[in-house]
Design a protein around this ligand. Structure first.
Ligand code: CU
Length: 108
């Protein structure tokens, strides 16, 4: 009987967590030719939304052996959702503005 109660609690918790991730991803904004933070720590498998809040192009990318992605040209108001599914430390850069960078630490 006790096991059943515990299982029900876990199911409720898990459903809440999934709903929160689906509707409210972590966000990193690109504004004034900068990311809105210098570093970010996420759990493996967590999603981050990189949005372009500038009236010009950005191109957010990571290039490493373990993990890479490229948004290609990102227009004003566009966003890309990136799931960091490999633990590690990654420099997220902009292909258009070389001074932009944010480090994402992906922990187990
Ligand atoms: Cu940029």
């Amino acid at each position: 009987m006790m096991k059943v109660v515990l299982a029900a609690g876990c199911v409720g918790f898990c459903a809440t967590t999934v709903a929160a991730l689906a509707t409210d991803p972590l966000r990193v904004r690109q504004h004034d030719r900068q990311f809105d933070r210098r570093e970010l720590t996420v759990r493996t498998g967590e999603m981050v939304r990189f949005s372009n809040d500038d009236p010009f192009l950005h191109q957010v990318y990571v290039e490493s052996r373990q993990f890479s992605f490229d948004s290609n040209e990102q227009f004003q108001g566009e966003a890309i959702d990136v799931t960091f599914d490999r633990p590690g430390s990654y420099e997220v850069l902009c292909g258009i503005h070389p001074l932009m960078s944010v480090r994402v630490d992906v922990v187990e």
